[in-house]
Design a protein around this ligand. Sequence first.
Ligand code: T5A
Ligand code: NA
Length: 216
Amino acid sequence: MLRGKFILFEGLDRSGKSTQARKLAEALKERGSRVEQRHYPERSTQVGSAINSYLTKTKSLNDQAIHLLFSANRWELQQALVDLLDSGVTVVVDRYVYSGVAFSSAKGLDREWCWQSDFGLVRPDLTIFLDISPEEASSRGGYGEEIYEKVSFQSKVKAEFALIAAKEEIRSSEAGKASWVSLNAQTSLETLHAQILSHVDAVPDRLPGDYDFMQK
Ligand code: T5A
Ligand code: NA
């Protein structure tokens, strides 16, 4: 039996990650695959509840503390994620390590320091970065309610994601497999969905227990 695929969506706030994650999961299910969706931060745990208080501006925390909480939230759910993948379920995830690094480094925290707490986590088989301008994102529904939803800050996050993308694209080409793709998110839902499906179909099969990890 093969393990499931770990497919990650990343992007600025309101870039359309949740929308495309849902469409991808539905399409894979229709083909008969077992699929689950996950989202970080997962606000239902105790750690996630502290993160939620921060994001909704009911509790303030310093930049280092909230960074480590986001990371802890991934770690506390890591074994469950691996178990799911090993049982043959494909997991479509909305945000992960890359958001952790991009948002915290956009505040001015040292980039190397930001990566440290996530080293050792399982690396996604494919990361789909939905590329959108902060101005376009801000014009989409529901923008501005949470702490990071300001065009000026999202512009800094976008610059950090660009650095990460450059690094990951080099890593991808060295490994000979496309583990990071950036797609223009300012196109129609259906066009984007079709592009995403073709990239997901190209992800190589792997056996349970066979993972790459986040590392330097
Ligand atoms: N964070 C997160 C950190 O700082 N560190 C971390 O380690 C992690 C994991 C969490 C916040 O925390 C930060 C990042 C975030 O600021 P969240 O709960 O993940 O926030 O919330 P968001 O990711 O911001 O989720 P959003 O719901 O805001 O954005 P999505 O999921 O990208 O966007 P989506 O799909 O809900 O779409 C937004 C709107 O656009 C429309 C949709 O209908 C919707 O109204 N839309 C489109 N419109 C036109 N064309 C398209 N192609 C469209 N696709 C979607
Ligand atoms: Na948001």
